[in-house]
Design a protein around this ligand. Structure first.
Ligand SMILES: Cc1cc2nc3c(=O)[nH]c(=O)nc-3n(C[C@H](O)[C@H](O)[C@H](O)COP(=O)(O)O)c2cc1C
Length: 174
């Protein structure tokens, strides 16, 4: 099996991270993988905000998400790096483009020996009445909205990849 398929096969969402922050070259490689993803009409509209552990606005967002959802721990599992992906809210394929960029980043992280988990949970707050506040704190470009977040860091847990039943998910019409 080639390296890309191996990385896809072994990946699984990681929700416990070591303290250590990945070096800048690793963070930059993950960002680059995101920006190398395809976008509809080659709009290249996806924006990535890089938040390190200790970022005040990230802490405030985590508190707001917990208050709204009732969840105990922070939504980002205290990962050392959280990427917030945003895109132009008027672009029809903005969410798809951000999702593709995000998955490129997931696979880049895995290939570099890190773990990650995609985070939709912030939408509860980022899509609500505090959105302007956080959009500004996270330096989203004008007219952009939150699409998806990604926590990344060194794994402090093992998790087997999920099972799936191909029969229920694949059709092959003649
Ligand atoms: C769009 C999207 C949003 C997600 N949001 C969250 C989230 O907010 N918190 C979380 O712990 N996991 C989140 N996940 C991770 C899923 O729970 C996870 O991918 C799924 O349980 C399958 O597990 P696996 O990734 O280990 O295969 C999200 C995944 C996707 C694709």
């Amino acid at each position: 099996m080639n390296e890309v398929l191996k990385v896809i096969e072994q990946r699984s969402s990681i929700r416990k991270y070591k303290e250590e922050t990945p070096p800048e070259e690793i963070i930059n490689a993950i960002i680059k993988a995101g920006l190398q993803g395809p976008t509809a009409n080659n709009k290249q509209e996806v924006h990535i905000s890089v938040l390190k552990r200790g970022n005040k606005a990230l802490g405030k967002l985590a508190a707001e998400v917990s208050a709204l959802s009732g969840r105990e721990g922070p939504f980002h599992y205290n990962a050392p790096v959280v990427f917030m992906l945003s895109a132009d809210k008027d672009l029809f394929f903005g969410s798809v483009d951000a999702g593709i960029a995000c998955q490129n980043m997931v696979l880049a992280a895995e290939s570099l020996g890190l773990g990650s988990v995609i985070l939709g949970m912030p939408w509860r707050v980022m899509g609500g009445e505090m959105k302007d506040y956080f959009n500004e704190k996270f330096c989203f470009p004008e007219n952009y909205e939150f699409k998806i977040a990604l926590a990344v860091g060194y794994k402090d847990t093992e998790k087997a990849p999920h099972d799936f039943d191909e029969k229920t998910h694949v059709s092959r019409p003649e």
